[in-house]
Structure formats: structure tokens, C-alpha cells
Write a protein that binds this ligand. Structure first.
Ligand code: PEP
Ligand code: MN
Length: 337
């Protein structure tokens, strides 16, 4: 349930309403928007009498939220959430490119990639240390050592780092990681989502291989219900019958999510397509569709990559992509202004 307060409501009138709400065993969350003050009610709001709410002098209007996600709902929080990653903002008109290898392979590899993508204009560095692989015999990542090399690259370049957490047993290794990625395969690991709600780091939540947008938002809700509102959603392609591409990039997810939620939405064209030759065009399409950022796999020698080489860009291709992305972003911004 969402209660819009009158512009000129007095504080004692608002307090009277808050006392009554608390007595109904639901929790009020106050949101101050650009032009409205909103109270969102969390909990079992079915039992709250909507007519009784309208009798309070502070109340302008009330409506029930039909969607099962509340904190992630734009009706609840009309203005865009801006996630701040060590000074780099994502959402609310702020756009960021996250780039780096699928997997950290050595200290020298990740530092050379970080230096190159930074020179091309990326502000955040990605790199997997714990890798979710379909085969138990495939390279599983360098684990703690991989995180150590990422932290070295962060020290060398000043770039904040993004890395995937596969199990809460490793959380202590992520103390200096700037953004925790929840991968597609863990999107509905509810135990992990709940625990990440208790941490204060931004969470990059990737859409599951066969999950609906409502399920993605319910997973974001798990994190937010624990008190962590710094959630960045990521469309990374979904399963379909066609194997022409690794997954099918659901570009319409961007405007749909923007309508449903205030959380930033970024796109991963690398896992979506599985082919380096398609990454540039899909990056540009994502920018045109309103994405708040991109996460792109880049490798110093894609042919020799231990993971996802076929979809990884080499340095010149990433540099070329960045020039086009920046030009198109400026153009899209001017069309929208
Ligand atoms: C990754 O980012 O390397 C990754 C494994 O992504 P996803 O969870 O989207 O497959
Ligand atoms: Mn990968």
C-alpha cells in the first residue's frame, strides 16, 4: 500500500498517521520525492482498511500495490535509485561501463586488462575469481588468489572492482571488493540474497537463465528487505530454442524494468550473445534502449582465455566500442533532454 501525503501536511498530522499505521502491525517507510512525500507500507497490508487511511488529514490519496515486490516497485519510490560505487554513479541518468576478463587468470593478466580498459574509458573493472561452470572439470577460477590479483589491479589503476560471490562462506574475501555480483545461476539463491541484504555493498543482480522479470524483481526485493537498497539489475540474455546466439538478449527488459522499478538496469552483451562479433551492436542497442550501463568481457588474448574467450573483446575492439558507445550515449541524452 502506498500513501501520498498532502504537500502541506503538518508534522503532528503525519505523526498521528504513523502511530495508527504502526498499530496495524505494518511498517511505514517514508520516501521524499521531488514533488511528493510518500509512505510505503510493508507487511501484511491486506488487513489495513483503505477507507480508514483516507480519513487522516495528512493523506492526499492511497492505493494498494498489486505487485508482490514493494521496495523495488516504482510506485513505492517514484524517483530513480542512484547506486554510488566508490564515487562512480549508476542510474538516474548516470551511465557506467564495467569491463574486464571473464576470469582472473594471473596478476599480470588482470592488471594489463585493467590498464587497457581504463585507457579506453571504462571506470569499473570486472573479473571472476569464483566461476560457476557447467562442467566440474572446467577451470573453476583462482578463488582467493583471484581476488588478491583483482585488488592489486584496483591498487594499480584506482578502478573499483566487481566480482561474483558464489557462496556466503567466501564473503570475508570480498571485504575490499566494491560490487558483489550475484550470477545468473544464483539469482534465486534466497539464502544468499537474504544475507546480502545485511551488507552495505552494491549488489549486481543478474537475471537467471529462465527467469521472468517479476522473479528478478522478487530477488531484488529479498536483498532490499534486508536493508540493502543498492541493487543494480542486469539483463544478460535468457534461454530460448534458437542456438544461433548463446542466449537471447531481451532488450525490452530495459524499458519494462524501468517502468516497474526505480533500480538501475545494466546490460551484459557478452553472455547474452556468446560471440565477440555481436557485442558492439548489442551494446549500442542497449544504450539506445535506455540502459544505465554495460558489463563487457575483455581479454588480452581472447583465443587463449581460460573461460568465455569466444565472447571476449580484444583491446582494439573494446576501444572502438567505447568510442561508439560514448557518441551514441551523448546523442540519446540530447534526444531525451
Ligand atoms: C560472468 O559474469 O562471468 C557470468 C558467469 O555471468 P552469468 O551469471 O550472467 O552467466
Ligand atoms: Mn563469463
Amino acid at each position: 500500500m502506498v500513501i501520498i501525503l498532502k504537500q502541506d501536511a503538518k508534522q503532528d498530522e503525519v505523526n498521528e498517521l504513523l502511530d495508527w499505521i504502526k498499530a496495524q502491525n505494518v511498517e511505514p517507510k517514508t520516501m521524499i520525492g521531488e514533488s511528493q512525500r510518500i509512505l510505503g507500507l510493508i507487511g501484511n497490508t491486506q488487513a489495513v482498511d483503505i477507507d480508514a487511511v483516507t480519513t487522516f488529514p495528512a493523506v492526499e490519496s492511497v492505493r494498494r500495490i498489486a505487485e508482490p515486490y514493494k521496495l523495488a516497485n516504482r510506485k513505492f519510490h517514484p524517483h530513480d535509485t542512484v547506486v554510488d560505487v566508490s564515487g562512480y554513479k549508476i542510474g538516474g541518468g548516470n551511465f557506467q561501463v564495467i569491463a574486464g576478463p571473464c576470469s582472473v587468470e594471473s596478476e599480470q593478466q588482470v592488471i594489463s586488462i585493467a590498464e587497457s580498459v581504463k585507457k579506453s574509458g571504462a571506470h569499473l573493472l570486472r573479473g571472476g575469481a569464483f566461476k560457476p561452470r557447467t562442467s566440474p572439470y572446467a577451470f573453476q577460477g583462482l578463488k582467493a588468489e583471484g581476488i588478491k590479483y583483482l585488488l592489486e589491479a584496483k591498487k594499480e589503476t584506482g578502478m573499483p572492482i566487481v566480482s561474483e560471490l558464489m557462496s556466503m562462506e567466501h564473503i570475508d574475501l570480498f571485504n575490499d571488493v566494491d560490487v558483489i555480483q550475484v550470477g545468473a545461476r544464483n539469482m534465486q539463491n534466497f539464502v544468499m540474497l537474504r544475507e546480502l541484504g545485511g551488507c552495505d555493498k552494491p549488489i549486481l543482480l543478474k537475471r537467471g537463465l529462465a527467469n521472468t522479470l517479476e522473479e528478478l524483481l522478487m530477488s531484488a526485493e529479498y536483498i532490499m528487505a534486508g536493508g540493502n537498497n543498492n541493487v543494480i539489475l542486469c539483463e544478460r540474455g535468457i534461454r530460448s530454442f534458437d542456438h544461433a546466439t548463446r542466449n537471447v538478449l531481451d532488450l525490452s527488459a530495459i524499458p519494462v524494468l524501468k517502468r516497474l522499478t526505480h533500480l538501475p538496469v545494466i546490460v551484459d552483451p557478452s553472455h547474452a550473445t556468446g560471440q565477440s562479433a555481436l557485442v558492439e551492436s548489442m551494446s549500442l542497442a542497449a544504450v539506445a534502449a535506455g540502459a544505465d550501463g554495460l558489463i563487457i568481457e575483455v581479454h588480452n588474448n581472447p583465443k587463449a582465455a581460460l573461460c568465455d574467450g569466444a565472447q571476449s573483446l580484444d583491446f582494439p575492439s573494446f576501444e572502438k566500442l567505447m568510442k561508439k558507445v560514448n557518441t551514441l550515449k551523448a546523442c540519446v541524452d540530447s534526444l531525451n533532454s
